[in-house]
Design a protein. Structure first.
Lengths: 118, 245
């Protein structure tokens, strides 16, 4: 970073504005909609589906530091339903050092790779 | 407030705001948000951002994934355009959330201006708890209640952010990663708890499957498409079922 001012300008231009535009768009669209309308019911289903998509994506293809945790661990922790996968995790967890669970070092510059194309 | 039923005890905006604030801290999501922002602030610390910048980004952006992207992308020298695009794509979920929240809190005479703050506070945590708690609130107090909820969650985020920033050097990366992992799990559990209509369950199931599929196929705006396709399918199936019965 070259300066504090630039950091705040970037925060507003590339962080706040592209994010807030969705909320403002929602505010405009929701204007004429009431709770009983079919459009509201549909929007609710869409919102839940988007959230489900976000959850599944974070677990399978996580941003940031979470990418350092092995995908197997993430899956086992999130939906330890298969007896095989949980047995496997129990078997190898104590045997390996924490470092071996990291596919790459956490918080390294490379972790941004997957972020540019979400 | 003459439109309220007579048996309703005089609702005050401050009382409703405080009730919302308490509701946020009684929710497990406040502690999840706290933990998530420990992770986000630790990440920002490692990339050389100041604590004030982190606090400002939480106040202005108020969306975990967007902040992780913003911090990592700026910290690793991505171009502003790339960063803005990545943030924009990651925040599409906010649109259907706002559309499905505002009709719950507004009345016939509500001004758009009064909805600005709850709109800005809309994030997954606040949206989930609003959907759960708002139906039990008198409509006239829903806006301050939603603001109290949002404020409570944002305060949890700011406290977590301060803690994470100062603990950044002593937190092992695996713990930071674990904290960021809390988010999807708690969102999943809370959303499941909120599902009542068949369409809710179907939308959840279809979204869980379609989200990663569209992402893997590199479909542009994959989250928005996940929502529209999976949500419409769920809504359509519920209507079909309703017509048959």
């Amino acid at each position: 970073m070259t300066g504090e001012f630039q950091a705040y300008a970037l925060l507003i231009l590339v962080g706040f504005l592209p994010n807030e535009i969705w909320r403002m768009l929602g505010l405009v669209i929701a204007r004429g909609i009431d709770e009983e309308s079919e459009f509201f019911m549909w929007a609710r289903a869409v919102a839940i589906a988007v959230l489900a998509g976000v959850i599944a994506k974070i677990i399978l293809d996580p941003p940031g530091a979470l990418a350092s945790v092995h995908v197997g661990i993430r899956l086992v922790r999130s939906c330890a339903v298969s007896p095989h996968s949980s047995r496997c995790a129990v078997r190898c967890w104590p045997a390996s050092s924490p470092a071996r669970w990291c596919s790459r070092s956490a918080r390294s510059p490379t972790e941004c790779d997957g972020l540019a194309s979400p | 407030m003459s439109s309220l039923p007579a048996n309703d005890p005089k609702p005050s905006a401050i009382g409703a705001f405080l009730a919302g604030f308490r509701g946020a801290w009684r929710s497990v999501l406040a502690y999840v948000v706290f933990g998530t922002y420990i992770g986000i602030a630790a990440l920002a610390h490692d990339f050389g951002f100041s604590l004030w910048w982190v606090a400002a980004s939480t106040l202005l952006v108020w969306a975990g994934p967007a902040q992780v992207i913003l911090i990592s992308a700026l910290g690793t020298g991505a171009t502003p355009l790339e960063t803005a695009l990545a943030v924009w794509l990651s925040s599409a979920r906010l649109l259907p959330m706002v559309i499905s929240l505002l009709p719950l809190i507004k009345g016939p005479q509500t001004r758009q201006r009064a909805l600005l703050l709850p709109t800005h506070f809309t994030a997954v945590s606040m949206w989930i708890e609003s959907l759960r708690l708002l139906p039990a609130c008198p409509r006239a107090t829903r806006i301050p209640f939603a603001n109290g909820l949002g404020f409570g969650f944002m305060l949890a985020a700011q406290v977590g952010g301060c803690a994470g920033y100062y603990l950044a050097t002593s937190l092992p990366p695996i713990l930071t990663a674990g904290l960021l992992f809390l988010t999807p799990m708690s969102f999943l559990i809370s959303t499941t708890r909120n599902c009542r209509l068949p369409a809710d369950w179907l939308a959840l199931a279809f979204g869980l499957v379609l989200g990663p599929l569209l992402a893997a196929w590199h479909v542009g705006l994959d989250l928005l498409w996940t929502g529209v396709v999976a949500g419409s399918l769920a809504y359509g199936l519920q209507r079909l079922r309703g017509r048959r019965q």
